[in-house]
Design a protein around this ligand. Structure first.
Ligand code: AMP
Length: 416
């Protein structure tokens, strides 16, 4: 089965193509083809790579997502990066959809009704859901009636207990869809499953805290194989401090600023999403690499940004561990989680009382899909490479194979 995965960001379009036979491999394979278009204003940088080693880089002028994504998708069947004979060779397209709301937990084939719900949810996640709908339209135009599957970042959190998802505002908020949804679910779930696989344990027997620390940051408390608490809420703004997002701040600050006429709602939105976090505090950068480098040069604002990031990470970690009533494994994933030994060491430093002991040599050794705790640590500490696209491809395969399976064909997962 050839599965195209689309990850549509507000100013980027990423995509990759996987091929899965009648058994899902245990380890994620290289995609056959992967592409990324990122634009700033009307200039887009497009880069394409194949598993054969072909590389293509291009700069194009664009006025819409389609003008960036269209030529990018054409390279699947034309030029040096050609990997299929034409669109008909691809069986299914999977989309990462950030907010599926209360309606959708599991991946679902996109039809008119699903589209309408994703459109309705755009009011809650305007930057994301609209980009994803555009991605679906581009595919429909180029691929015709190919099955398109939506995989939701909120899905993994759909079994949060009521006490974790209802905000303590007026109860009527809930009926209006104002509740905690949680995000990064595709990666939190993948990391939890990968951790259980690497430790040789049944996922349902583990209490896990997963730290997705990238441009966006969130934690998930995982028990019995599903999320029971998480730091992001109604939007991906709640919780931890992030690259350019504030995370949780006293809502009284916002009502004060609006009351004083200092900012409109839209301006506050921009302030909290794009001008806060590591960037807001350091005044220089929202990139943790730069923050750490500046801190080492003695920049006090960068040091403060790092310290706030760690302080909030530790507080939220404590909250997640309390929600679980213990912890067997702590996972670090995404750009910062996978690459910053400094953040991992600082995050773990205050949990010695739980007998959580990081092996500092392993922590420094660029680990990947590896346990970096000391041998007799009471808590395993895992570094897991984020593989959202592969996780989406697997879900598409499972959904389609289940349908095919009911008509006689067989499909199964590779096991130990
Ligand atoms: P992601 O959203 O997962 O792509 O993560 C992107 C973020 O990861 C960047 O903004 C950086 O802050 C961070 N990052 C990537 N590499 C490193 C590194 N070597 N050290 C610290 N942070 C890193």
């Amino acid at each position: 089965m050839k599965i195209l995965v689309l990850n549509s960001g507000s100013s980027s379009q990423k995509s990759c193509l996987y091929e899965i036979g009648d058994v899902i491999p245990k380890n994620s394979p290289e995609p056959i083809w992967q592409a990324k278009a990122e634009w700033n204003g009307d200039r887009a940088e497009v880069s394409i790579r194949t598993s054969r080693g072909d590389n293509l880089k291009n700069r194009i002028t664009v006025g819409s997502r389609e003008e960036a994504a269209g030529p990018m998708l054409d390279t699947l069947w034309s030029g040096i990066t050609r990997v299929v004979s034409g669109p008909s060779e691809i069986n299914v397209v999977g989309h990462r959809v950030v907010n599926g709301g209360q309606n959708y937990r599991e991946p679902i084939v996109v039809n008119a009704e699903v589209r309408a719900t994703i459109t309705r949810m755009s009011a809650f996640a305007p930057l994301h859901n609209r980009a994803e709908l555009e991605g679906m339209d581009i595919i429909a135009k180029r691929f015709g009636a190919i099955p398109q599957i939506a995989v939701f970042d909120t899905g993994f959190h759909s079994q949060l207990p009521e006490s974790a998802y209802v905000y303590p505002g007026p109860y009527e908020w809930l009926a209006r869809g104002i509740r905690r949804y949680g995000f990064h679910g595709i990666n939190h779930q993948y990391c939890a499953e990968r951790t259980a696989q690497l430790l040789g344990k049944d996922l349902r027997s583990l209490k896990i805290v997963s730290c997705h620390l990238g441009n966006g940051c969130s934690l998930a408390a995982i028990q019995d194989g599903h999320s029971v608490d998480t730091t992001m809420g109604f939007t991906p703004l709640e919780g931890l401090m992030m690259g350019t997002r504030s995370g949780s701040v006293d809502p009284g600050i916002l009502t004060y600023m609006m009351r004083e006429g200092l900012f409109t709602g839209e301006q506050l939105d921009e302030l909290l999403n794009q001008k806060s976090g590591l960037l807001g505090i350091s005044g220089i950068s929202g990139d943790m690499r730069q923050i750490v480098a500046l801190m080492k040069e003695g920049n006090s604002r960068a040091k403060l940004a790092f310290d706030i990031f760690v302080h909030r990470l530790r507080s939220c970690l404590g909250a997640m561990i309390a929600a679980l009533g213990g912890i067997d494994a702590l996972i670090f994933s995404a750009g910062i989680g996978e690459n910053s030994a400094e953040v991992r060491a600082a995050a773990c430093a205050n949990f010695g009382y739980l007998n959580l002991m990081l092996d500092s040599e392993k922590n420094q050794s660029s680990p990947q899909d590896q346990d970096i705790a000391e041998k007799d640590s009471a808590v395993r500490v895992m570094v897991i490479r984020a593989q959202e696209d592969w996780a989406i491809a697997k879900k598409c395969w499972s959904l389609l194979s289940a349908n095919v399976g009911s008509t006689g064909a067989s499909a199964r997962l590779e096991t130990d």
